[in-house]
Structures are given as structure tokens and as C-alpha cells.
Design a protein around this ligand. Structure first.
Ligand code: ADP
Ligand code: MG
Length: 455
């Protein structure tokens, strides 16, 4: 810490303090995250150190640069670049209800995806994607920060974290205490995209139980129709309850309306590096519950089932979720995990260019077919929704007619000065009144005539 001068504490996050410092060496400002590791076992501390070393090696224009890390007095300090533009959460709040343009949202979203692609391809999970961990630099570039820090923590701290930290980004599988996996990051990415579109959280409730219920049900208020179909459709894909149905970050970036923005943010050289070869491997995140990864493995990827807090069980939410929502297949059983020394895994099997092109076409055709099927399904759903809506309207009109008639009936009864007997219908009254009048006249004439008659 002697290399830095403390400027001010800029926040107290769920993991510890964030301190703005100034380097004595170059006079530049940095942020230091202070994490208490005194409660960790020696083994866990060792793992944390290795993990931070892996994180420090990640260099990408859309990732907050980790400078160095060190330990002092039971704390782990991680030094990173200071993002002067603040975080996305503050940016969203500063809008005061005025929606962002789709162009702005998509520019930010693509950059977040590029950062996540870089992380996921190295088999590292972020685990804490939220608008407060997405920063803006002075020139408006998006940078993802704080990734992997969640893994530095042991389960005791994590337990506290879920209670203190923001639970809005919890995915259905985490609510059900299933293992965290790459698709849980994708869910949180969906939460951030939704926040950018609506300036609100997708899943909000007055208490934790209702929040968990909402998350598990996967239903969220629709975003404004002002945004394109592509964007709204993407959101619904990111919010699939079953992690396997959510797209990977690579398939998100392959979508036309997203892919076309990539070159705005990466240099051709970086595009070549990031996209030319697929280092992406299936995640081995679904390791057996409670088992810590063996030494030397990329820790974040090989993370054990995270004992968060069993939110669903804790808040008494019954888990009546369909079988389709089960945790993803355990790929780790088939694929050996990459060792830490290979921080940048070698490309998986090079393909012949012709074969690669054929595969690309096949995939495109398959995607088109799936899109068409999805479109048809959506149309069917829309038609049945419209039908239901029409039925509801007709029923409402019918009830209104009945009510009007009933009201009319009462008014007639009351205006005739009657006792309010509902049974006396206006029709009966219409007939009875002249008959009664005739009877009165007749009786009157009769008595008058009788009195005139000599006895
Ligand atoms: P949390 O992520 O749990 O909110 P943090 O400790 O990460 O907590 O952050 C606390 C505050 O510090 C937040 O307001 C965040 O915006 C800010 N902050 C964290 N890292 C940086 C950074 N690299 N640059 C600028 N601000 C940061
Ligand atoms: Mg943070």
C-alpha cells in the first residue's frame, strides 16, 4: 500500500471497500479493492492468489485493467484502472426516466458482450454482472469490472454477500441452489440489457420471497414497443428459465444486428484475435457440489456448486419448476479441465476452410429454420392472445348491457314513487295503472248512482 496515496473511499461494496488511490510512481489514479481474507483457510487463500493472477493477465479494451494485487494485514488488495465516467447504474439513474436510444443501448451492449466473450473463452465466469460493475471510461468506452472477484470469496462471505448485495440479477438456477454456470452470467447480462431499455430492474418485488418467485417464473414487464423486435426478442432469449435455452455470448455476437457493431469497438487486429479461432470450450462449471477445484486449474471455470443461500428454500418458495429447467448437462464429465498454466488455451482443432464454410452455411440454414419456427409460434401465440382479448371485450360489453338494463329497471321503480319492490316490472305497471283508474271511475259512478236512487 506504500506505493499508493489514498485519495478517498469511493464505495463499500458487497465484497469490501473500493478506494480511489494515486500512484506515487506515475501520479495516475487507480481503484484498489480491499477484500478481507482473514476468514479464509490457507488453501482457499492460495486459490484466491492464483485466481487473481489469472485475472490480472486479462487484457481487453472492454475490461477494467487489473494492475496488480498484494496482501497486507489479512486483506487482499486488487489494483485496477479508475473509470472516470462512473458506472452504468449511475448513468441509468441520471436519465430521470428518459429512455436511451436503441443505438446507444446496442453500442453499450456489444461492448459488454465483447468483454464477456473474452472472459468466457478463457473459461472464467464473471459471477457478478450488474450495472454497478459496468463502467464508463472518460471517452465513453464500456468496461466490465469486478469479474472473478466473487470466486475469491469463500462460501461464508458469499452467504453474507447474497443478503447484503443486490439480488436482482440472481438467475432461476441460483435461486434453486443449482450450480452457477456461464448461462447464469447470460441471465445477468439480460438483466443489464433490460435495465438499459427500461431504466428499471426486470425482477423487482417488495420482499425476497416475492423476488425469488418472480425470478423463477421468469416473467417480466414488457419493454417499450419503441425498441426493435430484434432487441425485444433478444431479451426474451436471455431470460429463458432453462439455462440451456439461453444463448452463449458467442451466439449473441453472431446475431446480425449485433455483429455489425463489433468493428466499431475492436481494431481489425483484435477482431482477428478474438474471432479468428474458437478457443471456446464447453464450460465445466457444473462440478460436483461442494468439491473445490484441484490446484492448478482455472478456478473460476471449474468452480464448484456455489453455496449461495438457497434463496428459494430460504424464502419458502416452492420449486414447482418443470423438468426442462434442470441444470445444464455436466460437460466436465467428458472434457478435462484446462490447467492454469494454459491461461490462454490452445485453439480447439483447426478445420479445413471448405469444411468450415460448409458448416457455417449449415448452421445458418439451421438457425433460419429455428427462427422461422419461433416466428410461427409467436404468431400463433399472438393470435390466441388476440382471440382471448376479443372474448374478454365481448363479455365485458355483455355485462355492461346487463348492468345498464338492471340500472334502468331500478330507476323506473324508484321514479314511479313505488315502494321499491323489484318484482313490479314496468310492463305490469303500465297495464295495471289504466285498469286501476277505470276501476276507480267505475266504483265512483256506481256509488254515486246508488246514492241517487230512491231507497
Ligand atoms: P459493488 O460492485 O458491490 O457495488 P464495489 O466495491 O465494486 O461494490 O464498488 C463500490 C463503488 O466503487 C461503486 O460505486 C463503483 O461504481 C465504484 N467503483 C468500483 N470500481 C471502480 C473503478 N474501477 N472505477 C471507478 N469506480 C469504481
Ligand atoms: Mg463492483
Amino acid at each position: 500500500m506504500e506505493k499508493y496515496i489514498k485519495v478517498q473511499k469511493i464505495g463499500e461494496g458487497s465484497f469490501g471497500k473500493a478506494i480511489l488511490v494515486k500512484s506515487k510512481e506515475n501520479g495516475k489514479q487507480y481503484v484498489i479493492k480491499e477484500i478481507s481474507i482473514s476468514k479464509m483457510s490457507n488453501k482457499e487463500r492460495e486459490e484466491s492468489r492464483r485466481e487473481v493472477a489469472v485475472l490480472a493477465n486479462m487484457k481487453h479494451p472492454n475490461i477494467v485493467l487489473y494492475r496488480e494485487s498484494f496482501e497486507e494485514k489479512g486483506c487482499l488488495y486488487i489494483v485496477m484502472d479508475y473509470c472516470e465516467g462512473g458506472d452504468l447504474f449511475k448513468k441509468i439513474n441520471a436519465q430521470k426516466g428518459i429512455l436511451f436510444s436503441e443505438d446507444q443501448i446496442m453500442d453499450w451492449f456489444v461492448q459488454i458482450c465483447l468483454a464477456l466473450k473474452h472472459v468466457h473463452e478463457r473459461k472464467i465466469l464473471h459471477r457478478d454482472i450488474k450495472s454497478q460493475n459496468i463502467f464508463l471510461t472518460k471517452d465513453g468506452t464500456i468496461q466490465l469490472g469486478d469479474f472473478g472477484i466473487a470466486r475469491v470469496l469463500n462460501s461464508t462471505v458469499e452467504l453474507a454477500r447474497t443478503c447484503i448485495g443486490t439480488p436482482y440479477y440472481l438467475s432461476p438456477e441460483i435461486c434453486q441452489n443449482k450450480p452457477y454456470n456461464n448461462k447464469s452470467d447470460i441471465w445477468a447480462l439480460g438483466c443489464v440489457l433490460y435495465e438499459m431499455c427500461t431504466l428499471k430492474h426486470a425482477f423487482e418485488a417488495g420482499n425476497m420471497k416475492n423476488l425469488v418467485l418472480k425470478i423463477i417464473s421468469g416473467s417480466f414487464p414488457p419493454v417499450s414497443m419503441h425498441y426493435s423486435y430484434d432487441l425485444r426478442n433478444l431479451l426474451s432469449q436471455l431470460f429463458k428459465r432453462n439455462p440451456r435455452d439461453r444463448p452463449s455470448v458467442n451466439s449473441i455476437l453472431e446475431k446480425n444486428f449485433i455483429a455489425k457493431r463489433v468493428e466499431k469497438f475492436l481494431t481489425p487486429q483484435l477482431i482477428a484475435e478474438e474471432f479468428s479461432h474458437k478457443v471456446f470450450q464447453k464450460f465445466g462449471a457444473h462440478a460436483a457440489p461442494g468439491k473445490r477445484p484441484a490446484q492448478g486449474q482455472i478456478l473460476a471455470s471449474a468452480a464448484p456448486a456455489q453455496k449461495i443461500t438457497k434463496p428459494a428454500a430460504k424464502y419458502g418458495v416452492p420449486l414447482i419448476i418443470k423438468k426442462s429447467c434442470d441444470a445444464p448437462k455436466r460437460y466436465y464429465e467428458k472434457k478435462p479441465l484446462v490447467k492454469c498454466r494454459q491461461a490462454y488455451p490452445t485453439p480447439v482443432k483447426k478445420m479445413h476452410p471448405g469444411e468450415e464454410r460448409r458448416k457455417m452455411f449449415e448452421e445458418a440454414a439451421k438457425k433460419k429454420r429455428l427462427d422461422l419456427l419461433e416466428k410461427e409460434k409467436r404468431q400463433r401465440d399472438q393470435i390466441s392472445l388476440l382471440k382471448a382479448e376479443q372474448m374478454r371485450r365481448l363479455e365485458k360489453e355483455r355485462m355492461e348491457r346487463i348492468n345498464r338494463a338492471r340500472e334502468q329497471g331500478w330507476r323506473n321503480v324508484l321514479s314511479s314513487g313505488g315502494s321499491g319492490e323489484v318484482k313490479v316490472g314496468s310492463r305490469i305497471r303500465n297495464v295495471a295503472q289504466p285498469v286501476l283508474s277505470l276501476l276507480v271511475i267505475f266504483l265512483g259512478t256506481f256509488f254515486f248512482w246508488k246514492r241517487q236512487m230512491p231507497v
